[in-house]
Write a protein that binds this ligand. Sequence first.
Ligand SMILES: Cc1ncc(COP(=O)(O)O)c(C=O)c1O
Length: 491
Amino acid sequence: MNAAAPPALPGKIAPLVREFLDTPGAVHDALDRFGSPAHLVFPQVFTDNLERLRAVLAAAVPGYRICYAHKVNQSRAFVRTAEQAGIGIDVASEAELAGAIGAGFGPSRIEVTGPKGEAFLRDLVGAGATVNIDNPWELRRLAELAGGRTPVPVLVRVSGFPGTPVSRFGVTLRQIDEVLAMLAQYRERIDFRGFAFHLDSGEPAERLRAVESCLALTERAYEHGLAPTVLNIGGGFRQVFTADADAFDAYVLALRESLLGHGEPMTWGGNTFGFHLDGGAVHGTPVFHKYANTVPADRMLADLLAAGLDAHGGRTFGQVAAENLLEVWLEPGKALVDHAGITAARVEFVKETADGSTLVNLDVSRDTVTPADQEVMVDPVLLPGAAHAHEAGPVGVFLAGRLCLERDLITNHKVWLPHPPRPGDVVVFPNTGAYHMDLSAARASMHPVPPKLAVAQRPGGFAVCRDEDYEPEAEARTSRHAAGSEWHEVR
Ligand SMILES: Cc1ncc(COP(=O)(O)O)c(C=O)c1O
Protein backbone atom coordinates (compact mmCIF):
# COMPACT_ATOMS: atom_id res chain seq x y z
CA MET A 1 0.00 0.00 0.00
CA ASN A 2 1.25 3.45 -0.91
CA ALA A 3 1.89 5.19 2.41
CA ALA A 4 1.68 8.61 0.78
CA ALA A 5 -1.90 8.07 -0.39
CA PRO A 6 -3.77 5.72 1.92
CA PRO A 7 -7.36 4.77 1.10
CA ALA A 8 -9.66 7.66 1.90
CA LEU A 9 -13.38 8.32 2.23
CA PRO A 10 -13.59 12.10 1.84
CA GLY A 11 -17.01 13.36 2.88
CA LYS A 12 -19.03 15.99 1.06
CA ILE A 13 -19.28 18.95 3.38
CA ALA A 14 -21.54 21.95 2.76
CA PRO A 15 -19.55 25.17 2.15
CA LEU A 16 -21.13 26.80 5.20
CA VAL A 17 -20.20 23.86 7.42
CA ARG A 18 -16.69 23.80 5.95
CA GLU A 19 -16.35 27.50 6.74
CA PHE A 20 -17.38 26.82 10.33
CA LEU A 21 -14.91 23.94 10.65
CA ASP A 22 -12.17 26.15 9.16
CA THR A 23 -12.88 29.03 11.54
CA PRO A 24 -10.04 28.80 14.04
CA GLY A 25 -11.25 27.57 17.41
CA ALA A 26 -14.96 27.54 16.42
CA VAL A 27 -15.66 23.86 17.15
CA HIS A 28 -13.37 23.73 20.19
CA ASP A 29 -15.11 26.83 21.59
CA ALA A 30 -18.55 25.29 21.09
CA LEU A 31 -17.48 22.14 22.97
CA ASP A 32 -15.85 24.21 25.74
CA ARG A 33 -19.07 26.15 26.15
CA PHE A 34 -21.69 23.42 25.86
CA GLY A 35 -19.72 20.24 26.60
CA SER A 36 -18.32 17.41 24.55
CA PRO A 37 -19.55 15.48 22.65
CA ALA A 38 -22.16 17.62 20.88
CA HIS A 39 -24.37 17.49 17.82
CA LEU A 40 -24.38 20.63 15.72
CA VAL A 41 -27.16 21.43 13.27
CA PHE A 42 -27.02 24.07 10.52
CA PRO A 43 -30.55 25.27 9.72
CA GLN A 44 -29.28 27.45 6.85
CA VAL A 45 -28.12 24.29 5.08
CA PHE A 46 -31.61 22.85 5.62
CA THR A 47 -33.01 25.97 3.92
CA ASP A 48 -30.64 25.54 0.97
CA ASN A 49 -31.75 21.91 0.56
CA LEU A 50 -35.36 23.01 0.71
CA GLU A 51 -34.86 25.70 -1.94
CA ARG A 52 -33.44 23.13 -4.33
CA LEU A 53 -36.42 20.78 -3.94
CA ARG A 54 -38.85 23.68 -4.24
CA ALA A 55 -37.21 24.86 -7.44
CA VAL A 56 -37.64 21.40 -9.00
CA LEU A 57 -41.30 21.17 -7.99
CA ALA A 58 -42.11 24.74 -9.04
CA ALA A 59 -40.70 24.05 -12.50
CA ALA A 60 -42.61 20.78 -12.97
CA VAL A 61 -46.05 20.96 -11.35
CA PRO A 62 -48.62 23.65 -10.60
CA GLY A 63 -49.45 22.40 -7.10
CA TYR A 64 -47.17 20.83 -4.55
CA ARG A 65 -46.52 20.50 -0.84
CA ILE A 66 -43.33 19.60 0.97
CA CYS A 67 -43.84 18.06 4.41
CA TYR A 68 -40.60 17.85 6.38
CA ALA A 69 -40.36 14.34 7.88
CA HIS A 70 -39.67 15.26 11.50
CA LYS A 71 -38.58 11.73 12.42
CA VAL A 72 -35.23 12.27 10.72
CA ASN A 73 -34.03 14.51 13.57
CA GLN A 74 -35.43 15.69 16.89
CA SER A 75 -34.00 19.18 16.34
CA ARG A 76 -36.44 21.96 17.13
CA ALA A 77 -34.30 24.34 15.06
CA PHE A 78 -35.07 22.32 11.92
CA VAL A 79 -38.78 22.27 12.77
CA ARG A 80 -38.79 26.04 13.34
CA THR A 81 -36.92 26.52 10.07
CA ALA A 82 -39.49 24.40 8.23
CA GLU A 83 -42.32 26.35 9.86
CA GLN A 84 -40.77 29.68 8.98
CA ALA A 85 -40.18 28.57 5.40
CA GLY A 86 -43.89 27.97 4.99
CA ILE A 87 -43.75 24.24 4.26
CA GLY A 88 -45.69 21.40 5.90
CA ILE A 89 -44.53 18.81 8.41
CA ASP A 90 -44.92 15.05 8.62
CA VAL A 91 -45.18 13.86 12.23
CA ALA A 92 -45.23 10.24 13.33
CA SER A 93 -45.94 10.38 17.07
CA GLU A 94 -47.83 12.39 19.68
CA ALA A 95 -44.55 14.01 20.74
CA GLU A 96 -43.65 15.04 17.19
CA LEU A 97 -47.16 16.44 16.76
CA ALA A 98 -46.82 18.46 19.96
CA GLY A 99 -43.39 19.67 18.80
CA ALA A 100 -44.80 20.81 15.47
CA ILE A 101 -47.69 22.66 17.09
CA GLY A 102 -45.30 24.21 19.60
CA ALA A 103 -43.09 25.39 16.76
CA GLY A 104 -46.03 27.22 15.17
CA PHE A 105 -47.50 24.78 12.67
CA GLY A 106 -51.26 25.07 12.22
CA PRO A 107 -53.22 21.85 11.58
CA SER A 108 -53.63 22.48 7.85
CA ARG A 109 -49.86 22.15 7.45
CA ILE A 110 -49.53 18.97 9.50
CA GLU A 111 -49.65 15.44 8.13
CA VAL A 112 -49.63 12.50 10.54
CA THR A 113 -47.97 9.36 9.20
CA GLY A 114 -46.97 5.98 10.56
CA PRO A 115 -49.01 3.42 12.48
CA LYS A 116 -51.37 4.97 15.05
CA GLY A 117 -52.99 3.34 18.04
CA GLU A 118 -56.38 4.05 19.57
CA ALA A 119 -55.20 6.89 21.83
CA PHE A 120 -53.44 8.77 19.02
CA LEU A 121 -56.43 8.36 16.70
CA ARG A 122 -58.71 9.83 19.36
CA ASP A 123 -56.40 12.85 19.61
CA LEU A 124 -56.45 13.29 15.85
CA VAL A 125 -60.22 13.42 15.46
CA GLY A 126 -61.13 17.08 15.23
CA ALA A 127 -57.51 18.17 15.26
CA GLY A 128 -57.62 19.21 11.59
CA ALA A 129 -54.31 17.58 10.62
CA THR A 130 -54.25 15.30 7.57
CA VAL A 131 -54.10 11.68 8.71
CA ASN A 132 -52.10 9.33 6.51
CA ILE A 133 -53.97 6.04 6.94
CA ASP A 134 -51.81 2.95 7.46
CA ASN A 135 -54.45 0.20 7.40
CA PRO A 136 -58.19 -0.46 7.10
CA TRP A 137 -58.62 -0.68 10.89
CA GLU A 138 -57.27 2.87 11.28
CA LEU A 139 -59.67 4.19 8.67
CA ARG A 140 -62.70 2.46 10.18
CA ARG A 141 -61.79 3.52 13.71
CA LEU A 142 -61.22 7.12 12.62
CA ALA A 143 -64.60 7.15 10.88
CA GLU A 144 -66.29 5.73 13.99
CA LEU A 145 -64.64 8.29 16.24
CA ALA A 146 -65.33 11.19 13.86
CA GLY A 147 -69.12 10.88 14.08
CA GLY A 148 -70.85 14.29 14.17
CA ARG A 149 -67.64 16.32 13.92
CA THR A 150 -65.78 18.02 11.08
CA PRO A 151 -64.68 15.44 8.51
CA VAL A 152 -61.14 14.20 9.10
CA PRO A 153 -58.82 14.85 6.13
CA VAL A 154 -57.07 11.62 5.17
CA LEU A 155 -54.58 10.23 2.71
CA VAL A 156 -54.49 6.47 2.17
CA ARG A 157 -50.99 5.00 2.18
CA VAL A 158 -50.62 2.15 -0.26
CA SER A 159 -47.96 -0.57 -0.41
CA GLY A 160 -47.33 -3.90 -2.09
CA PHE A 161 -46.69 -2.50 -5.57
CA PRO A 162 -45.55 -5.01 -8.20
CA GLY A 163 -41.82 -5.68 -7.90
CA THR A 164 -41.49 -3.88 -4.57
CA PRO A 165 -40.33 -5.65 -1.42
CA VAL A 166 -43.08 -6.31 1.10
CA SER A 167 -43.57 -3.46 3.57
CA ARG A 168 -45.05 -3.50 7.06
CA PHE A 169 -46.75 -0.20 6.28
CA GLY A 170 -49.72 0.79 4.20
CA VAL A 171 -52.92 -0.65 2.77
CA THR A 172 -52.22 -3.45 0.32
CA LEU A 173 -53.49 -3.31 -3.24
CA ARG A 174 -55.76 -6.26 -2.38
CA GLN A 175 -57.47 -4.15 0.29
CA ILE A 176 -58.09 -1.13 -1.92
CA ASP A 177 -61.67 -1.99 -2.89
CA GLU A 178 -62.60 -2.47 0.77
CA VAL A 179 -60.98 0.88 1.59
CA LEU A 180 -62.61 2.73 -1.32
CA ALA A 181 -65.98 1.36 -0.25
CA MET A 182 -65.35 2.59 3.29
CA LEU A 183 -64.31 6.02 2.03
CA ALA A 184 -67.52 6.26 0.01
CA GLN A 185 -69.63 5.01 2.94
CA TYR A 186 -68.08 7.49 5.40
CA ARG A 187 -67.81 10.51 3.11
CA GLU A 188 -69.60 12.68 5.73
CA ARG A 189 -66.90 11.84 8.29
CA ILE A 190 -63.81 11.34 6.20
CA ASP A 191 -62.46 13.89 3.73
CA PHE A 192 -60.47 11.68 1.36
CA ARG A 193 -57.66 13.74 -0.17
CA GLY A 194 -55.73 11.11 -2.11
CA PHE A 195 -53.24 8.26 -2.15
CA ALA A 196 -49.77 8.18 -0.61
CA PHE A 197 -46.77 5.92 -0.57
CA HIS A 198 -43.34 5.94 0.98
CA LEU A 199 -40.62 3.60 -0.21
CA ASP A 200 -37.57 2.76 1.82
CA SER A 201 -35.66 2.18 -1.38
CA GLY A 202 -34.08 4.92 -3.49
CA GLU A 203 -34.62 2.91 -6.69
CA PRO A 204 -36.09 5.25 -9.34
CA ALA A 205 -37.88 2.43 -11.18
CA GLU A 206 -39.67 1.30 -7.99
CA ARG A 207 -40.81 4.83 -7.26
CA LEU A 208 -42.10 5.27 -10.80
CA ARG A 209 -44.10 2.01 -10.56
CA ALA A 210 -45.61 3.24 -7.30
CA VAL A 211 -46.58 6.52 -8.98
CA GLU A 212 -48.22 4.64 -11.85
CA SER A 213 -50.15 2.42 -9.43
CA CYS A 214 -51.37 5.40 -7.40
CA LEU A 215 -52.49 7.25 -10.53
CA ALA A 216 -54.51 4.17 -11.52
CA LEU A 217 -55.99 4.03 -7.99
CA THR A 218 -56.89 7.70 -8.26
CA GLU A 219 -58.94 6.90 -11.35
CA ARG A 220 -60.60 4.03 -9.50
CA ALA A 221 -61.47 6.39 -6.69
CA TYR A 222 -63.28 8.69 -9.18
CA GLU A 223 -65.41 5.66 -10.13
CA HIS A 224 -66.48 5.42 -6.47
CA GLY A 225 -67.61 9.03 -6.60
CA LEU A 226 -64.58 10.21 -4.62
CA ALA A 227 -62.53 13.25 -5.60
CA PRO A 228 -58.88 12.84 -4.63
CA THR A 229 -56.66 15.86 -5.29
CA VAL A 230 -53.33 14.73 -3.83
CA LEU A 231 -50.66 12.19 -4.71
CA ASN A 232 -48.12 11.90 -1.92
CA ILE A 233 -44.85 10.30 -3.04
CA GLY A 234 -43.27 10.17 0.43
CA GLY A 235 -39.60 10.56 1.19
CA GLY A 236 -36.62 8.38 0.35
CA PHE A 237 -34.76 11.00 -1.68
CA ARG A 238 -31.16 10.08 -1.20
CA GLN A 239 -28.23 11.84 0.40
CA VAL A 240 -24.81 12.27 -1.14
CA PHE A 241 -22.16 11.48 1.45
CA THR A 242 -19.05 11.14 -0.66
CA ALA A 243 -17.04 14.04 -2.05
CA ASP A 244 -15.13 11.72 -4.36
CA ALA A 245 -16.83 8.67 -5.83
CA ASP A 246 -13.55 7.35 -7.29
CA ALA A 247 -11.84 7.53 -3.91
CA PHE A 248 -14.85 5.74 -2.37
CA ASP A 249 -14.62 2.95 -4.95
CA ALA A 250 -10.87 2.67 -4.41
CA TYR A 251 -11.39 2.40 -0.64
CA VAL A 252 -13.99 -0.34 -1.06
CA LEU A 253 -11.70 -2.19 -3.44
CA ALA A 254 -8.85 -2.04 -0.91
CA LEU A 255 -11.27 -3.21 1.80
CA ARG A 256 -12.35 -6.18 -0.30
CA GLU A 257 -8.72 -7.07 -0.94
CA SER A 258 -7.98 -6.86 2.77
CA LEU A 259 -10.89 -9.24 3.48
CA LEU A 260 -9.09 -11.73 1.24
CA GLY A 261 -5.92 -11.24 3.25
CA HIS A 262 -4.19 -9.01 0.71
CA GLY A 263 -2.50 -5.77 1.76
CA GLU A 264 -2.92 -4.03 5.05
CA PRO A 265 -5.67 -5.27 7.39
CA MET A 266 -8.58 -2.79 7.27
CA THR A 267 -11.31 -4.31 9.42
CA TRP A 268 -11.86 -4.66 13.14
CA GLY A 269 -12.93 -7.91 14.73
CA GLY A 270 -13.50 -9.93 11.57
CA ASN A 271 -16.24 -7.60 10.37
CA THR A 272 -17.19 -8.23 6.73
CA PHE A 273 -19.79 -5.42 6.33
CA GLY A 274 -22.28 -7.71 4.63
CA PHE A 275 -19.83 -9.05 2.06
CA HIS A 276 -19.63 -12.84 1.69
CA LEU A 277 -16.29 -14.51 1.26
CA ASP A 278 -16.60 -17.54 -0.93
CA GLY A 279 -14.05 -19.47 -2.95
CA GLY A 280 -11.38 -16.78 -2.63
CA ALA A 281 -13.71 -14.03 -3.81
CA VAL A 282 -15.79 -11.32 -2.15
CA HIS A 283 -19.50 -11.25 -3.07
CA GLY A 284 -22.60 -9.29 -2.17
CA THR A 285 -23.68 -5.76 -1.39
CA PRO A 286 -22.11 -4.11 1.63
CA VAL A 287 -24.29 -2.71 4.41
CA PHE A 288 -22.89 0.74 3.69
CA HIS A 289 -23.96 0.98 0.04
CA LYS A 290 -25.86 4.24 0.67
CA TYR A 291 -22.49 5.99 0.96
CA ALA A 292 -21.77 5.25 -2.70
CA ASN A 293 -24.67 7.35 -3.99
CA THR A 294 -23.77 10.31 -6.19
CA VAL A 295 -27.26 11.36 -7.36
CA PRO A 296 -28.57 14.26 -5.27
CA ALA A 297 -32.17 14.38 -4.06
CA ASP A 298 -33.19 17.26 -6.31
CA ARG A 299 -32.02 15.36 -9.40
CA MET A 300 -33.86 12.21 -8.24
CA LEU A 301 -37.01 14.27 -7.87
CA ALA A 302 -36.56 16.06 -11.20
CA ASP A 303 -35.99 12.74 -12.97
CA LEU A 304 -39.10 11.23 -11.40
CA LEU A 305 -41.28 14.19 -12.41
CA ALA A 306 -39.86 14.07 -15.95
CA ALA A 307 -40.26 10.30 -16.34
CA GLY A 308 -42.66 9.17 -19.06
CA LEU A 309 -45.59 6.99 -17.99
CA ASP A 310 -46.52 4.09 -20.26
CA ALA A 311 -50.13 4.06 -19.17
CA HIS A 312 -50.41 7.76 -20.07
CA GLY A 313 -49.04 7.66 -23.61
CA GLY A 314 -45.53 8.54 -22.44
CA ARG A 315 -46.62 11.84 -20.85
CA THR A 316 -44.48 12.73 -17.88
CA PHE A 317 -45.53 12.30 -14.27
CA GLY A 318 -45.43 16.11 -13.91
CA GLN A 319 -47.74 16.57 -16.90
CA VAL A 320 -50.19 13.91 -15.76
CA ALA A 321 -50.32 15.39 -12.26
CA ALA A 322 -50.99 18.84 -13.72
CA GLU A 323 -53.68 17.59 -16.14
CA ASN A 324 -55.48 15.79 -13.31
CA LEU A 325 -55.19 18.78 -10.96
CA LEU A 326 -53.29 16.58 -8.53
CA GLU A 327 -51.04 18.25 -5.99
CA VAL A 328 -47.76 16.38 -5.60
CA TRP A 329 -46.84 15.98 -1.95
CA LEU A 330 -43.42 14.98 -0.66
CA GLU A 331 -42.23 13.90 2.79
CA PRO A 332 -38.47 14.36 2.59
CA GLY A 333 -36.49 13.70 5.74
CA LYS A 334 -32.88 12.95 4.96
CA ALA A 335 -32.86 15.08 1.80
CA LEU A 336 -33.70 18.20 3.82
CA VAL A 337 -31.09 17.61 6.50
CA ASP A 338 -28.37 16.35 4.16
CA HIS A 339 -25.08 18.01 5.24
CA ALA A 340 -26.99 20.04 7.82
CA GLY A 341 -25.64 18.23 10.89
CA ILE A 342 -22.29 17.16 12.31
CA THR A 343 -21.22 15.47 15.53
CA ALA A 344 -18.10 16.61 17.37
CA ALA A 345 -16.28 14.59 20.02
CA ARG A 346 -12.96 14.76 21.79
CA VAL A 347 -10.07 12.30 21.74
CA GLU A 348 -9.60 10.87 25.22
CA PHE A 349 -6.57 8.67 24.60
CA VAL A 350 -4.83 6.53 21.99
CA LYS A 351 -3.80 2.92 22.60
CA GLU A 352 -2.42 -0.11 20.83
CA THR A 353 -4.18 -3.48 20.81
CA ALA A 354 -2.69 -6.98 20.79
CA ASP A 355 -2.93 -7.26 17.01
CA GLY A 356 -0.98 -4.02 16.55
CA SER A 357 -4.01 -1.87 15.70
CA THR A 358 -4.19 1.72 16.91
CA LEU A 359 -7.39 2.61 18.74
CA VAL A 360 -8.38 6.24 19.11
CA ASN A 361 -10.77 6.40 22.06
CA LEU A 362 -13.36 9.17 21.89
CA ASP A 363 -15.76 10.58 24.47
CA VAL A 364 -18.73 9.50 22.35
CA SER A 365 -20.29 6.11 21.57
CA ARG A 366 -21.19 4.49 18.27
CA ASP A 367 -24.93 4.87 18.82
CA THR A 368 -24.47 8.64 19.02
CA VAL A 369 -23.16 8.97 15.48
CA THR A 370 -24.86 6.10 13.66
CA PRO A 371 -27.58 3.49 14.07
CA ALA A 372 -25.76 0.43 15.41
CA ASP A 373 -26.04 -1.63 12.25
CA GLN A 374 -24.75 1.09 9.93
CA GLU A 375 -21.06 1.63 9.36
CA VAL A 376 -20.19 5.27 8.71
CA MET A 377 -18.17 5.38 5.50
CA VAL A 378 -17.11 9.02 5.60
CA ASP A 379 -13.78 10.12 7.02
CA PRO A 380 -14.05 12.18 10.17
CA VAL A 381 -12.32 15.56 10.25
CA LEU A 382 -9.55 15.87 12.82
CA LEU A 383 -9.22 19.30 14.43
CA PRO A 384 -6.04 19.41 16.54
CA GLY A 385 -6.13 20.94 19.99
CA ALA A 386 -4.27 24.26 20.09
CA ALA A 387 -1.44 23.09 22.33
CA HIS A 388 -0.17 20.18 20.24
CA ALA A 389 2.54 20.16 17.64
CA HIS A 390 1.80 17.10 15.55
CA GLU A 391 4.21 14.78 13.89
CA ALA A 392 3.64 13.81 10.29
CA GLY A 393 1.03 11.24 9.26
CA PRO A 394 -1.06 9.75 7.92
CA VAL A 395 -1.94 7.05 10.41
CA GLY A 396 -4.45 4.22 10.04
CA VAL A 397 -6.66 3.82 13.14
CA PHE A 398 -9.95 2.48 14.43
CA LEU A 399 -12.14 4.90 16.37
CA ALA A 400 -13.40 3.41 19.64
CA GLY A 401 -16.37 4.58 21.70
CA ARG A 402 -16.67 5.34 25.39
CA LEU A 403 -18.92 2.45 26.39
CA CYS A 404 -17.41 -0.43 28.34
CA LEU A 405 -18.53 -2.89 25.66
CA GLU A 406 -16.36 -4.72 23.13
CA ARG A 407 -18.76 -3.80 20.37
CA ASP A 408 -18.58 -0.05 20.90
CA LEU A 409 -16.29 0.56 17.95
CA ILE A 410 -17.34 3.69 16.11
CA THR A 411 -15.53 2.52 12.99
CA ASN A 412 -15.06 -1.13 12.22
CA HIS A 413 -13.12 -0.11 9.12
CA LYS A 414 -9.70 1.51 9.25
CA VAL A 415 -9.67 5.27 9.01
CA TRP A 416 -6.57 7.15 7.93
CA LEU A 417 -6.14 10.36 9.87
CA PRO A 418 -3.75 13.03 8.55
CA HIS A 419 -1.56 12.72 11.66
CA PRO A 420 -1.58 10.85 14.96
CA PRO A 421 -4.29 12.30 17.19
CA ARG A 422 -3.67 13.40 20.77
CA PRO A 423 -5.92 13.71 23.81
CA GLY A 424 -7.96 16.90 23.50
CA ASP A 425 -8.07 16.89 19.70
CA VAL A 426 -11.55 17.11 18.25
CA VAL A 427 -12.96 14.58 15.80
CA VAL A 428 -15.90 15.75 13.69
CA PHE A 429 -18.24 13.28 12.03
CA PRO A 430 -19.72 14.93 8.94
CA ASN A 431 -23.33 14.62 7.85
CA THR A 432 -24.87 12.99 10.90
CA GLY A 433 -28.13 15.00 10.73
CA ALA A 434 -30.26 12.31 9.11
CA TYR A 435 -31.24 9.60 11.61
CA HIS A 436 -27.60 9.17 12.78
CA MET A 437 -27.92 11.52 15.76
CA ASP A 438 -31.17 10.37 17.27
CA LEU A 439 -32.29 7.04 15.89
CA SER A 440 -30.52 4.74 18.30
CA ALA A 441 -28.96 7.15 20.79
CA ALA A 442 -29.11 5.42 24.16
CA ARG A 443 -28.15 6.34 27.66
CA ALA A 444 -26.06 3.23 28.10
CA SER A 445 -23.55 3.45 30.97
CA MET A 446 -25.61 6.48 32.08
CA HIS A 447 -23.74 8.89 29.86
CA PRO A 448 -26.00 11.86 29.16
CA VAL A 449 -27.36 12.32 25.65
CA PRO A 450 -25.08 14.91 23.97
CA PRO A 451 -26.46 18.42 23.68
CA LYS A 452 -27.77 19.56 20.32
CA LEU A 453 -26.54 22.97 19.19
CA ALA A 454 -27.65 25.16 16.31
CA VAL A 455 -25.06 27.04 14.28
CA ALA A 456 -25.95 30.04 12.14
CA GLN A 457 -23.85 32.29 9.98
CA ARG A 458 -24.54 35.90 10.92
CA PRO A 459 -23.01 39.07 9.49
CA GLY A 460 -20.33 39.14 12.21
CA GLY A 461 -19.45 35.43 12.05
CA PHE A 462 -20.93 32.19 13.34
CA ALA A 463 -23.38 32.12 16.25
CA VAL A 464 -23.89 28.93 18.26
CA CYS A 465 -26.81 28.36 20.62
CA ARG A 466 -28.74 25.49 22.11
CA ASP A 467 -30.95 23.89 19.49
CA GLU A 468 -34.12 24.72 21.41
CA ASP A 469 -33.19 28.42 21.56
CA TYR A 470 -32.66 28.82 17.83
CA GLU A 471 -34.89 31.25 15.95
CA PRO A 472 -34.77 31.38 12.15
CA GLU A 473 -36.15 34.89 11.56
CA ALA A 474 -32.95 36.21 10.00
CA GLU A 475 -32.80 33.35 7.50
CA ALA A 476 -36.45 33.71 6.59
CA ARG A 477 -35.91 37.34 5.64
CA THR A 478 -33.11 36.43 3.27
CA SER A 479 -34.81 33.38 1.77
CA ARG A 480 -35.75 33.78 -1.89
CA HIS A 481 -39.15 32.21 -1.31
CA ALA A 482 -40.00 33.73 2.03
CA ALA A 483 -41.79 36.90 0.97
CA GLY A 484 -45.36 36.68 2.23
CA SER A 485 -45.11 32.96 2.82
CA GLU A 486 -47.37 31.68 5.53
CA TRP A 487 -48.49 28.69 3.57
CA HIS A 488 -48.00 29.02 -0.12
CA GLU A 489 -46.60 25.69 -1.23
CA VAL A 490 -49.80 24.79 -2.99
CA ARG A 491 -50.61 27.21 -5.76
C1 LIG B 1 -43.98 7.79 5.91
C2 LIG B 1 -42.61 8.34 5.80
N1 LIG B 1 -42.44 9.46 5.08
C3 LIG B 1 -41.21 10.01 4.96
C4 LIG B 1 -40.10 9.46 5.57
C5 LIG B 1 -38.78 10.14 5.40
O1 LIG B 1 -37.94 9.38 4.63
P1 LIG B 1 -36.54 9.93 4.14
O2 LIG B 1 -35.80 10.39 5.33
O3 LIG B 1 -35.96 8.74 3.49
O4 LIG B 1 -36.82 11.04 3.16
C6 LIG B 1 -40.24 8.27 6.30
C7 LIG B 1 -39.08 7.64 6.92
O5 LIG B 1 -39.10 6.60 7.50
C8 LIG B 1 -41.54 7.70 6.43
O6 LIG B 1 -41.73 6.59 7.14
